[in-house]
Design a protein around this ligand. Structure first.
Ligand code: SF4
Length: 330
């Protein structure tokens, strides 16, 4: 745990109530804007407000969080929340992710996350921006089960979960990206001092990354592939490395980061090693969790290379490689 404390000092400082979760500053930072103003102008106001240090004790008439919600609404109606950039109006239809209105498949205090995070109040949205052929949660990521919950209602549940011991709010799925507007609306409805965790495949658009800036305390990322061909074949996404590497750098420049990497059979040389090498070169201070629990699920048995569990040898080879690079392993 001492290693985690040194890697995530801001996170632990919020847990000790020495400082506030960052979204609270967004709620208390005054911003003046009109919904009739063009989007480019609102982005300029957003950038200026991020650099401001002004924070009111009371909630202002219009806040930086309100401005983020207005911008998220504009992204939602010509959807470019992720790099699929479907351009659809999500109030009427769905894009590649299959998500129209946000649906919560489950929510509970999760004890299976990384030790510093547990118990983690985890909100699982259905739908995903990836279509991984080996998905462990395919029943919620590739379908759209769940219930709609009013933002004010979920805001109250977050407060309740904090009283029950939650150390953070963990936004996940599927993937949370398609639900950014809703997540910001929920945060407008609560004042609880809990770190916000963005648990994502990091295929967010650059606009989404800008809206997360100043809101998220810990990015809990899933870095899967070391090349675009494996990403396109197994998760059906294009430009994987360009997007995910860019977003990791943006995340690291904004907040604390835990990078998860799930070792897959026969993907050491093409995926695990190059992506760990990239982390070593570009994000040497990030916490890294190398995971060995891969099991073939969903359509994995149709792909010879990933149709079996990862062996202990394959896992430890990657772990030793990461250790040799000097990565900060959790
Ligand atoms: S979140 Fe991504 S996949 Fe879903 S509709 Fe928007 S751009 Fe398309």
């Amino acid at each position: 745990m001492n290693r985690a404390r040194s890697l995530l000092p801001q996170y632990f400082s919020i847990l000790k109530e020495h400082q506030s979760a960052r979204y609270l500053a967004c709620k208390h930072r005054p911003v003046t804007f009109r919904t009739s103003q063009p989007t480019e102008h609102l982005w300029v106001l957003h950038q200026n407000a991020l650099q401001s240090t002004q924070v009111q004790n009371t909630i202002p008439e219009q806040s930086l969080l309100d401005l983020k919600i207005e911008l998220a609404h504009r992204l939602y109606t010509e959807c470019c929340l992720c790099e699929h950039r479907c351009g659809v109006d999500r109030t009427r239809t769905t894009g590649v992710c299959g998500v129209q209105e946000p649906r919560i498949a489950s929510e509970f205090l999760h004890f299976g996350e990384e030790e510093p995070l547990v118990p983690s109040y985890t909100v699982f949205f259905s739908g995903c921006t990836f279509q991984c052929v080996f998905c462990q949660n395919w029943d919620i990521s590739q379908h759209h089960p769940g219930v709609t919950v009013e933002p004010a209602r979920l805001g109250k549940v977050i407060e309740q979960r904090k009283r029950q011991g939650a150390r953070n709010v963990n936004w996940v799925g599927g993937d949370p990206t398609s639900n950014l507007l809703y997540i910001l609306q929920v945060l407008r409805e609560t004042e609880v001092n809990l770190p916000q965790v963005w648990n994502s495949n990091m295929y967010c658009s650059v606009e989404t990354m800008h809206l997360l800036q100043g809101v998220i305390d810990v990015y809990l990322t899933d870095f899967k592939y070391g090349n675009d061909a494996c990403a396109e074949r197994l998760s059906k996404v294009k430009r994987y490395l360009e997007v995910v590497q860019r977003n990791h750098l943006l995340a690291a420049s904004d907040a604390e980061v835990i990078i998860r990497h799930l070792v897959m059979p026969n993907h050491g040389a093409c995926c695990s090693q190059p992506l760990l090498h990239w982390i070593h070169q570009n994000m040497p201070g990030a916490a890294v969790n190398i995971m060995g629990q891969y099991h073939p699920r969903y359509h994995a048995d149709e792909y010879e290379d990933i149709a079996q569990p990862v062996s202990k040898e394959q896992y430890y080879k990657i772990r030793v490689y990461a250790d040799t690079l000097g990565l900060c392993l959790l």
